[in-house]
Design a protein. Structure first.
Length: 290
């Protein structure tokens, strides 16, 4: 009785794969949006448990799509894509804020230094800036991944009058590229949900085929009959071979095809096939069919 109930429950999960996929996709987007809004105010000590809880719940949801063996890998990919989407989205928020309240000024680089080495962590270049009137540009130092400016160089930058955000050059303050990047990472997470839906559907089909082996037997018989007909009717090439594409007979092995050909008076060629099956009365090396 319990086995019947388990089968019915499993069947109920896989008969509505698109509904599950839609729900999981909405959940992933909701998590990305929620953690995006929390990222600006919450500390890592608060965010880390939330990401862990998200990963645990996500793997449980993905398992309901049917492909349990792949759920762990898919969860890691989705969490990584979500984390990158939130991280890049946070950069978009800063850029948009700087665009809204920032002021473009001409500034002079008065000091330059590089971040101290910390293992493999990237070392950024930092630049202290002053306005033309000699006052300091408010906020932290301008930061760049490359040695972009020299001391004494004049540059146009967008400064934050409130001093909360780093000044940036007008080109770097454009949020379009980062917004597209955040969206691409979110789409990557949704794509993994779609892939898991397809995997679950494939697993369900295989499970159904095991429940009804007569369907597989009928498929094999149909393909074998089709192969026999092809061996009788297909034209021969200039070397006397009959060429047949194995992709038309996915449930028949090359050895089984050789046996069927032997029953019709032909031999299966084992060499030089280049992705096709070749049959003739005489071959260079015959495929074993016993």
């Amino acid at each position: 009785m319990s086995r019947v109930v388990g089968d019915e429950t499993s069947r109920g999960r896989t008969e509505r794969p698109f509904a599950w996929a839609l729900g999981i996709g909405c959940y992933v987007l909701a998590v990305i949006a929620g953690l995006y809004f929390l990222a600006d105010d919450a500390s890592p000590l608060v965010l880390a448990p939330l990401w862990i809880a998200h990963a645990v719940l996500l793997v449980l949801l993905l398992r309901r799509l049917g492909a349990k063996a792949s759920s762990g890998y898919a969860m890691l990919f989705i969490v990584a894509m979500s984390l990158m989407s939130v991280y890049v989205g946070d950069m978009v928020r800063d850029n948009l804020t700087l665009q809204q309240r920032g002021e473009t000024v001409t500034a002079t680089v008065v000091d330059e230094w590089r971040d101290p080495p910390q293992g493999r962590k990237a070392r950024f270049y930092n630049y202290a800036l002053e306005r033309q009137d000699g006052s300091k540009v408010p906020g932290p130092a301008l930061r760049d991944a490359s040695d972009r400016f020299d001391v004494g160089e004049v540059a146009r930058v967008v400064e934050d009058p409130e001093g909360e955000l780093r000044p940036r050059t007008p080109g770097d303050a454009d949020a379009t590229g980062d917004a597209l990047g955040a969206g691409a990472f979110a789409l990557g997470a949704l794509g993994a949900v779609g892939w898991m839906t397809w995997r679950g559907s494939t697993v369900a089909k295989r499970r159904e085929a095991r429940r009804h082996p007569e369907v597989d037997d009928a498929t094999h018989e149909t393909q074998e009959a089709k192969l026999r007909e092809a061996l009788r009717t297909y034209p021969r090439d200039r070397r006397g071979y009959i060429k047949i594409g194995p992709e038309e007979y996915p449930d028949i092995s090359h050895h089984r095809a050789a046996r069927i050909a032997w029953e019709t008076g032909l031999r299966a060629e084992a060499v030089g096939n280049r992705g096709a099956w070749r049959f003739a009365e005489k071959v260079i090396e015959e495929v074993p069919h016993d």
